[in-house]
Design a protein around this ligand. Sequence first.
Ligand SMILES: NC(=O)c1ccc[n+]([C@@H]2O[C@H](COP(=O)([O-])OP(=O)(O)OC[C@H]3O[C@@H](n4cnc5c(N)ncnc54)[C@H](OP(=O)(O)O)[C@@H]3O)[C@@H](O)[C@H]2O)c1
Length: 240
Amino acid sequence: MARAMARGWGRPVLCADPIAARAKALAEETGGEALASNAEVAERADLVVLCHKPAQLQAVAKDVAPHAKAVASILAATPLPALKDAYPGKPVYRFIPSLPVEVRQGAVVQAAGPEQDAARDRAVSELFAELGTLVVLDDKLVDVAMGLMSCAPAYVALVAEAQIDAGVRKGIPATQGAELVVQTLAGTAELLRRRGNDTMAIRREVASPGGVTAKGLDALERGGIRAAFSDALDAVLEQP
Ligand SMILES: NC(=O)c1ccc[n+]([C@@H]2O[C@H](COP(=O)([O-])OP(=O)(O)OC[C@H]3O[C@@H](n4cnc5c(N)ncnc54)[C@H](OP(=O)(O)O)[C@@H]3O)[C@@H](O)[C@H]2O)c1
C-alpha cells in the first residue's frame, strides 16, 4: 500500500522498511531516499505515513513518536484513540486508502477528528485527496467503509474474472472477453459518477421490461449476489 500511495503521489518520498532493498526500490522509483530507520524518517519528514501492519503500532511508535512532527495512519482496525495513545501529544490523522490510489482513482476514507492545526489539517486532507476521492466518516465507521472500498478491488477483480470465464464457456477468447468486461467496468463507473451514483437509474436504463438484461439480473439475484456481498462485509468485520 505504501508503494501504491507513493506511485499515486508521484513525488519523491523518504522511506524505511525492515527489508532495506524494498525501501531502496521505492526510493529509486520515486526519486526519493531510503533511510536506515523509522526514526530518521520521522526526523526529516513533515508527515510520517504509517504503512506497517496494525500489530506493529507500538513497536514503530517507540522509534517514530519522539521525532515525528505529524503522523498519518492507514492501519486497519486501529481507531484514532489508539493512534493518539501511541503518539501522545502529536497531531494524528487516520485514513484508509484502496489500491487504485496507485492510479489516483482510489477511494480514500478519512476518520473525522477534532481540529488540530487548521492549515496542517487542510494540507494533510488535500494530500490524500490527490489519490482519488476522499470521504470523511466517523472514526467508528472507518473499518466498515474499509470492507466496502479497501477490499473491493479484489471483489471487482473476482466479478470481472467470473464474467470473463462465463464468456470463455460460450467461446469468447479470454483476452477479448477481458477487454470487453474491464472497459464496461470502467465506463459504467464513469457513467455512474456522471449520474450522481444512481445505480438503480443505470439498471432501469439497461434492463428493458421482459428483456435479456432483466433475465440476467434475475439470475444474479437468484444466485444470491446481494447476500454474497452482505456476507463478505460481515466476514471482513468479524473479530479475528
Ligand atoms: N492492502 C490494502 O488494500 C490496505 C488497504 C487499507 C489499509 N491497509 C493497511 O495498510 C497497512 C499495510 O498493508 P499492506 O497490505 O501494504 O501490508 P504489507 O504489504 O505487509 O506492507 C507492510 C509493510 O510494512 C513493513 N514493516 C513491518 N514492520 C515495519 C517496521 N517496524 N517499520 C517499517 N515498516 C515495517 C513490512 O515489512 P515486512 O513484510 O518485512 O514485515 C511491509 O513492507 C496495514 O496496516 C493495513 O491494515 C491495507
